[in-house]
Design a protein around this ligand. Structure first.
Ligand code: FAD
Length: 570
């Protein structure tokens, strides 16, 4: 790839976050440069797991099969305290086609993303460091140091700081990184384990001296991680290298199941933090991933949150840089992503609090409370959704909207549902996913050309998707006119940006549909049920698979108003 002298976007940092952003931009044809001061992809022991929400992003980029074949699918976990089981369970009903975590290890995750990039002739400029930058209002001027030691000035429309927890960009912006460091040392290492336990489960051991987790990894490795609470004022062990004997001692002390550890890979001591910036966008500079927020690795969500920052930003940058999107779209990156940090931080603090309890009575109580709470279905489901990240939503975002006028009569007084009532249609619609929620997958849906497929298969084109749910009776006269207005409006103004699907229940082929768009049959009406579509309604799904807009009944005027006020330039 030729280096673009003045790219539209300069990405600083090629960890998982920077690579994900580069993938999002290259697939959309946005010009960028991605630089990293390291020599190449990470080889360090860091993030082990990829959550279901991130797996959905991998599906969107067509790298899911590689992730699944390289990684270990983990769908159950065991928790022990002093050799006794506290909880043993499976990740339950998650609203995702991926009802498991994939333990991949950060180096493999980065390889998958850089593979996507290289296939499209994108590449990272390694050993290239951001030295300083100036936001000039209309552009950003950055000074970078190249591999040969020479310096270059790069002008770009935006600078995306994906430069990790020690972010130089954040420091130069004088942004506070507010939060705290947890009072514990942690010992981590990847090792081979000779033990008789299944190698596709996560293990948590509570002991008097602290907690320890064992996570499966590819190639027969496990990641072992244990914490040592630090007494007030005592120094951290961070610094001197850890040894296999240290890890074996930790394991023997905390696990009642014997195992011999061998073939250590990158052992280290480190400390955990929970910190975040107050702004993830300052002028033309965006902060993503660890540069903007860090949480305890015990949550397993740090890297995943960075991947999702990038997924949220790439489509917005594309729209704005193409001139089609409203510049105000870019402000919603901070609004939406910063909005999720509170609950992430709470999870981080709760995990560390549970793991670092000092008092013996409190620890005993914890073990009973965990057992009790995890047996309660609603608590278990909530916890599950939090660690799968399927509970993330942007309902309060300024660029999501839903329209459910009441009473729900169509013009001319006709009811929405031929054999039902308007309140019933309204009630069902209320049960469907709200604007700002993640779109739900369903299967099978059928179209004339391909055979059955999942709804998500039709959402992987990186653009907006309009799903118009039809009823069994087909559109009446008034509604047929409205569908025509929708088709003509999208074709006229948003043809390259929004794909339209008409979803008919069962196997019916409704008469009077516009020629524009694609007819799909929701054979078993699962999509209609999942989306609360008892009557005709529509959902606009954003490129990141969150619901931007929905309305009952479909209305071109309302959709167009939303698009013009929130997403597109007039
Ligand atoms: C022990 C441990 C275990 C973890 N386990 C998990 C887990 O299971 N799941 C999970 O989701 N997360 C986990 N995490 C967190 C995860 O590793 C991080 O959240 C993730 O690496 C963040 O990715 P990033 O791309 O934002 O930053 P980084 O991975 O830190 O990448 C930043 C990049 O920027 C480059 N850079 C920095 N400054 C400059 C500069 N001036 N110029 C050019 N390049 C620069 C660096 O060289 C680096 O490559 C763990 C972390 C640790 C420490």
């Amino acid at each position: 790839m030729l280096t673009i002298k003045d790219p539209e976007v300069l990405i600083v940092g090629a960890g998982p976050t920077g690579l994900m952003l580069a993938c999002g931009l290259i697939r959309r044809g946005v010009s960028f440069r991605i630089i990293d001061k390291k020599q190449g992809l990470s080889t360090h022991v860091k993030a082990s797991e990829v959550t279901p929400a991130s797996l959905e992003i991998f599906e969107d980029y067509g790298i899911i099969n590689d992730a699944l074949s390289l990684g270990v699918k983990v769908s159950s976990f065991r928790m022990y305290a002093h050799g006794k089981p506290v909880w043993q369970g499976r990740y339950g009903e998650i609203d995702s086609p991926y009802r498991f975590q994939v333990h991949l290890g950060q180096p493999y995750t980065e390889q998958l993303l850089s593979g996507f990039l290289e296939k499209r002739r994108g590449q990272v400029e390694w050993e290239t460091e951001l030295i300083s930058f100036k936001d000039l209002g209309k552009e950003v001027e950055a000074v970078i140091q190249l591999k040969d030691g020479s310096r270059e000035t790069v002008r770009s429309c935006f600078l995306c700081a994906c430069d990790g927890a020690g972010s130089r960009t954040r420091r130069q912006l004088n942004l506070k990184f507010e939060g705290h460091t947890y009072p514990a040392d942690n010992l981590i290492g990847n090792v081979k384990m000779d033990w008789a336990e299944p190698s596709d489960e996560v293990y948590v051991f509570f002991s008097d001296s602290g907690e320890m987790t064992v996570n499966p990894l590819p190639d027969g490795y496990h990641q072992i991680n244990g914490s040592f609470r630090l007494a007030k004022g005592s120094p951290s062990r961070k610094g001197p290298p850890a040894t296999l004997a240290d890890l074996q001692n930790l394991f023997d002390e905390r696990s009642h199941i014997p195992a011999r550890l061998s073939e250590p890979d990158r052992l280290s001591y480190y400390m955990n933090h929970h910190r975040a910036v107050t702004r993830q966008k300052v002028g033309r500079i965006f902060l993503l991933g660890d540069a903007a927020h860090i949480v305890s690795p015990n949550t397993g969500l740090g890297m995943n949150t960075g991947l999702q920052d990038a997924h949220n930003l790439s489509w917005k940058l594309h729209l704005v840089l193409s001139g089609k999107g409203r510049t105000s779209l870019l402000e919603t990156y901070h609004e939406e992503r910063h909005g999720i940090l509170k609950s992430l931080g709470q999870l981080s603090d709760a995990d560390e609090w549970l793991y670092l309890m000092e008092n013996k009575v409190a620890r005993e109580l914890r073990n009973h409370v965990v057992t009790f709470l995890m047996r309660m279905d609603p608590v278990f489901r909530r916890q599950n959704a939090a660690i799968a990240q399927t509970d993330i939503h942007y309902r309060k975002s300024s660029i999501v909207r839903q329209e459910m006028s009441f009473p729900l009569h169509l013009p001319g007084g006709r009811h929405l549902v031929e054999q039902g009532s308007c309140p019933s249609a309204w009630f069902h619609f209320g049960e469907g996913p709200h604007a700002g929620d993640r779109a739900s997958d369903v299967k099978p849906v059928i179209d004339a050309e391909t055979d059955s497929f999942r709804l998500f298969d039709r959402l992987t084109h990186g653009k907006h998707t309009l799903l118009v749910f039809l009823s069994c009776s087909g559109p009446g006269k008034e509604l047929a006119g409205e569908l025509d207005r929708i088709a003509t409006g999208i074709q006229g103004y948003y043809d390259d940006w929004i794909r339209v699907f008409w979803l008919a229940p069962g196997t019916s082929i409704p008469k009077g549909l516009p020629d524009y768009g694609t007819l799909l049959n929701d054979e078993k009406e699962q999509a209609h049920r999942r989306y609360g579509a008892q009557a005709e309604c529509m959902y606009l799904i954003r490129p990141d698979k969150f619901i931007g807009f929905r309305s009952l009944p479909p209305s071109w005027q309302k959709l167009d108003g939303y698009l013009k006020e929130s997403i597109f330039n007039e």
